[in-house]
Every structure is written in C-alpha cells, then in structure tokens.
Design a protein around this ligand. Structure first.
Ligand code: PLP
Length: 425
C-alpha cells in the first residue's frame, strides 16, 4: 500500500488510501478473527502489503498487543452503554497500544536501515503526561534504541511523573522548565538542528506518527465487531479527545467498513474542535490547563488528517460530533458515578461519560454507546481521590513501577540546553 502525505502530493510506500477514503471497504461478516492480536493482523494486513515487514505483522501484533482490552457493559443505566477499557497496558493508558506497536515495528525495521550506521536510534519524545511513559516503557531495554523524554515541569500528575522517570538504562527523562508546547518545539528543533542530527541518529515517536495511530484503529474495530456480533447492530462511539489521534483512529475504523455509527469527540475546556464544528472556523489557540490534562491541546494536529479525509465541511460535520466538558462537570461526573454505581473514572474518561449523559434520553435509550476509557483512575489519584473521598485501588503493574526509584535531568526550555544535556549520549 502507498501512503500519501496530507501536507502535499508525495506518496511513500508505507498510509494513505484510508486517508483518501479509498481503502478497501471490509464486510464485517467476512472477518473471522475475535481476539485483539488476530483482529489487528487481519485489519492491518493491507497497510503492510508489499513492505519489508509484511511477514512480520502477526508477531508484531502479538508482541505489541499483549494485554487485555475488555469491553465492559455498564449495568443499571438508562440505555446500552459499555466502556472500552484501554488502560490495562504497562503504563495504564491507551498510549501503550500505539507505543508498543511502534516499538515492535521499529525493532524489526532497524536492521533494514543503513547497516553501516552502528549508532543506536535515539527517539526523542515530548509528552504532556501519558505518551512519554508509554514510549519509555515500550522501548526500555530494547537493544539498538535509546529514548529521551521531555516533559513540562510541574504539569504532569505525580504518578505520571514517576512513570516518566523510573526507567534508567536506555531511557532518559528531561524535566523541562517550560510548557508542553515548548517541549514539543525543542523536539522539532532537535530534528532540524544540523549539529544534533550529525551527532545522533534521531527517530520520532510523536502522536502524529502513523505507527502509533494505525494500531489504535484495531481496538475501536474490535469493540464494534464484538458489539455487532452480539447485538446485530452498529455501536456509537464517544472518544475523549485532545490531539485527535484516538478519535481519528475510530474514524478510520469506520471508514474501512467497521460497524460504527456516530462518533462523538468529548473534549475538555479546550474547545478548538467543538467551536470549529459549530462555526466552520478553525481557530487554534494556546491550551488551557484542565483536570483532564492529557487532553489539554489547543491546536490538535491530527485535525489535518480529519480535514483531509473530509475536505467538504458539511461532510466533516456529518462524520463527527463534539461536546466540550468543563472541569466542574468532570468533577461532578466522577463524584456522581462513584456514588451511584461505584465506578471510578479518570478525568479523561469522565469527559466521555459526561458527553453520554447530555445526550437526549431517546438517543441513550434507542442507540448503543461505547465510551473509550483512556486511562486508569489510579494514574490520577491526586485528582480522583479527593473527589470521591476514597482511595483508588492501584493495578499491580502500576504498583510495581511505583516501587522503582526515579531520576530526571532538569533542562531549560531551549534547544541549546537539550543539545548540551545530550552531548554525552
Ligand atoms: C492522550 C490522551 C487522551 C487524548 O487522546 P488524543 O489521541 O490526543 O485525542 C485522552 N485521555 C488520555 C488518558 C490520554 O493519555
């Protein structure tokens, strides 16, 4: 398969028919697979066809997608609603799916790159919290790779910080005295910097990396298939949204023929997307801090992909809906669902549940809904415990990580500081 850049005409041999709306439309009834790795292998095959890793796809999928992703029905509510629990991976957020897949692909692709270059591939990644931990976990102790994680000081939750700084070995954590946007600018700067490019063999793992986005379509597809096999009808999806990567993958899953109905993007107070859908006016802006910090994005970069898939605004507006959720509503949702049902949500997942609650009663009653549960609440214990007045049980994998010592290197928010910090790498 050939891939098109949304930035221009050039096609490469590795993602685009889907983005062009040209992907082969699959008939769900023709799919035999039922487990996540098997569904991944079947669905992603066209994207790997003709590339050097085509035969490695099955082992890549079983390596990368080696943790459960259950679809859990919520009982006792008005209508048919389920949550897709994406948080059972090593760092307890959905980012593990993309990061593990990317690492499994890169490990097999590395020997195919310039064999004369014996240097490790240095992956630089800027994170607002969850991405960095997932990428660090995925590449930790993989021979041939080293990872530099840049995160904004004071702007990640204490447990997220732990997951960014507990690895050692081939992982380094740079605690940047600045914002996430500045971290991102530093990573971009490093790729453009001749001195750094000469010294290091640099690789990227940011959220627009297709190697991270592609596997995300698998769990939306799997959930829609499971639902459809059980009930014979498509499910609607609600996806907590920041940079639009997770929701974009859901749109792709529908575009290749999966039984997915409406797609609602639940955002926090960063309203760039809902306002765009309401007005047609694309107004990116600096992000504001909210309780759902992993969704604090004012300029969602994957919007370019959505607009490329739906060049006509009327079509785009038909394809997705959006609902913004304020911090007060996030709190209310977390408190209320704990009190009523004993369910504990992370602040991101709570935006999705809130978007569900505001639906007209008839939609909740007559349509089936799946909400993507993007992180485990124990990652955000500092927010959630105060709201529910109880402790959040810590999953075993997270408990193990929390026992490890941590180390971060303080870095000023400018490229020169990163360049000097990386001199000895
Ligand atoms: C990254 C993240 C999001 C937002 O996902 P996007 O792909 O950026 O839209 C939502 N929730 C959690 C927990 C995240 O880590």
């Amino acid at each position: 398969m050939r891939y098109l850049s949304t930035k221009g005409e050039h096609a490469t041999d590795l993602v685009g028919a889907v983005m062009q709306g040209l992907a082969p439309s699959l008939d769900p009834a023709s799919l035999a697979a039922d487990t996540i790795p098997d569904i991944a292998t079947e669905l992603l095959a066209p994207f790997f066809s003709g590339c050097a890793l085509a035969d490695a796809l099955a082992p890549i999928c079983s390596d990368a997608l080696n943790f459960p992703i259950p679809l859990r029905r919520l009982e006792g509510r008005d209508g048919a609603i389920a949550v897709l629990e994406l948080f059972h991976g090593p760092t307890a957020a959905f980012k593990d799916v993309g990061a593990r897949f990317l690492a499994a692909v890169m490990q097999r692709a590395l020997p195919l790159l310039d064999p004369a270059d014996a240097r490790p591939l240095t992956i630089l990644v800027a994170t607002s919290g969850d991405t960095g931990g997932a990428v660090a976990a995925a590449f930790h102790e993989r021979p041939g790779f080293q990872v530099g994680v840049l995160f904004p000081k004071g702007q990640v939750s204490p447990r997220q910080r732990h997951q960014l700084t507990c690895w050692g070995g081939n992982i380094r954590a740079f605690e940047v005295d600045g914002s996430f946007d500045q971290c991102q600018a530093m990573v971009k700067g490093a790729f453009a910097d001749p001195e750094m490019r000469q010294r290091h063999r640099l690789g990227a793992a940011n959220s627009i990396n297709i190697g991270r986005l592609l596997p995300q379509l698998v769990y939306h597809a799997a959930a829609s298939l499971w639902h459809w096999r059980e009930r014979g009808e498509p499910a609607n999806f609600i996806v907590p949204t920041g940079n639009l990567g997770n929701a974009m993958a859901c749109v792709w899953a529908r575009a290749i023929g999966m039984p997915i109905g409406r797609i609602i993007l639940a955002t926090n107070a960063n309203r760039t997307i809902p306002e765009f859908l309401a007005t047609g006016d694309w107004q990116p802006r600096p992000s504001v801090q909210t309780l759902a910090s992993a969704m604090d994005v004012g300029n969602p970069s994957n919007m370019e992909r959505l607009r490329h898939l739906f060049p006509d605004f009327a079509d785009l507006r038909h394809a997705v809906e959006a609902y913004p959720v304020e911090d007060a509503e996030i709190r209310q949702q977390i408190g209320q669902d704990y009190a009523r049902y004993g369910d504990i949500w992370c602040p991101h997942t709570a935006t999705g549940l809130r978007a569900y609650e505001q639906l007209p009663a008839a939609s909740r009653r007559d349509e089936s809904w799946i909400v993507a549960a993007t992180a485990h609440p124990a990652k955000f214990d500092n927010i959630v415990e105060e709201i529910i007045g109880a402790r959040v049980p810590v999953p075993p994998a997270l408990a193990e990580l929390l026992k490890l010592p941590t180390y971060a290197e303080a870095v000023d928010a400018e490229l020169g500081a990163l360049r000097s910090a990386m001199v000895d790498w």
